[in-house]
Design a protein around this ligand. Structure first.
Ligand code: CP3
Length: 347
């Protein structure tokens, strides 16, 4: 890594070193709220876009540049990793992702493989293309889904409100659950290792749906597998552990691993930081809907998040979940400028 990249704002904060101002990036920063994204997406389907390194690199780079954020995130999705594992994936227009052959029985598990991660070569090609063109002081983040969140798609066959099938299988078929989770761990580790080899400076693990679990169930059914991933990733690469919807899980989220804990907005950042421990970095945690409020409210709430972080090294500013499609891109740009301005006064 060049000294310039190694010393950039994002990586310094990730290591809890002092920074000139608070680094900021936005989950789902390359998405439908951006006109630049929509014009590329008008020409190809979502899955095609993920599989075309030239276009995926273009939307990754455009978002970083348009917003002035301190990190780029690889344009891809959580679910294509399921294809080499034997699942048939489709993104329906308007209806979100669909798995045509979800796993429901022990018989189904027989066709689920750990997966040949080289089949996701389009992702690593995107990483190489992006890294070549990114500014020298901007890191590229890779990402993957955490085992519980991926398992929920593999079992439900799509999104879910109550995760009923997932929990029925988890409680009722422990061997099937373990078998699926172990295959997911192996696949995710291989996938993230390849992203890092191709040129990512940090990675984020998204456990978007684990918040539906009680602390005891999270400990039993999710934590060992998430931990299995973080334990196997190279220790020098910052790893963000993002989980949403359930602040009661924070101590367990920390225990499961990651050098940066991703927070949602359901808890005050200062409270969350003390619960996970001040010896770890944190990321977050503005409510994405605040971007749809007036500028004065946006400013007040942004200041409140920065106040809660208290100028302590190790805060990366972000939303508490992905930016919503209805958001005005100018509001996102204004947020980035505010964080940089107000963050400089504190650090
Ligand atoms: O952050 C980024 O800019 C990088 C790209 C990214 C996408 N998805 C692009 C995308 C990332 C990091 C993801 C992660 C992802 N994908 C998650 C976890 C993130 C979270 O918010 O918790 C999940 C649950 C998925 C699965 C997924 N992909 C769903 C449920 C959907 C449909 C819902 C929706 O928002 O449309 C997608 C599609 C998707 N992934 C889009 C984008 C830009 C929209 C597709 C389109 O262009 O039509």
């Amino acid at each position: 890594m060049t000294p310039e990249l190694n010393d950039c704002r994002f990586l310094r904060a990730a290591r809890r070193q002092s920074v000139d101002t608070t680094p900021v990036w936005i989950m789902r920063q390359a998405g439908r709220y951006l006109p630049e994204y929509r014009s590329v997406r008008d020409k190809v389907s979502f899955l095609e876009l993920c599989k075309r390194p030239d276009l995926a690199a273009e939307v990754t780079l455009t978002a970083q540049q348009a917003l002035g954020v301190d990190a780029a995130i690889l344009f891809a999705d959580l679910l294509p990793i399921l294809e080499p594992m034997g699942f048939q994936l489709e993104y329906t227009s308007g209806g979100g992702p669909k798995i045509h052959n979800p796993i429901r029985t022990s018989e189904d598990l027989k066709r689920v493989r750990a997966g040949d991660l080289d089949e996701l070569g389009f992702v690593y090609d995107t990483v190489r293309l992006v890294r070549k063109q990114l500014p020298a002081n901007i890191p590229l983040l890779g990402f993957a889904g955490a085992p519980f969140t991926l398992a929920s798609y593999a079992i439900e066959g799509g999104g879910s409100r109550d995760f009923a099938r997932t929990k029925r299988l988890m409680y009722g078929c422990p061997d099937l659950w373990t078998g699926l989770m172990q295959r997911l761990v192996d696949s995710v580790v291989g996938y993230l290792e390849r992203q890092i080899e191709a040129g990512c400076q940090a990675v984020q693990l998204f456990d978007s749906w684990a918040g539906c679990l009680s602390p005891a169930d999270y400990r039993q059914y999710a934590l060992p597998y998430t931990k299995g991933i973080f334990d196997r990733l190279p220790a020098h690469v910052p790893a963000i552990h993002f989980l949403t919807g359930n602040p009661a899980l924070l101590p367990l989220q920390r225990e499961a691993g990651g050098s940066i804990i991703g927070l949602d907005w359901r808890i005050d950042l200062a409270d969350a930081w003390s619960r996970v421990g001040l010896d770890v970095a944190v990321q977050g945690n503005l409510d994405p809907l605040v971007l749809q409020a007036d500028l004065a409210t946006l400013k007040t709430q942004t200041r409140a998040v920065l106040d809660a972080a208290g100028g302590r090294p190790g805060h990366i500013f972000n939303l508490g979940h992905g930016v919503l499609p209805e958001t005005d891109p100018n509001q996102v740009k204004a947020l980035v400028a505010m964080v940089h301005e107000m963050g400089a006064a504190r650090s």
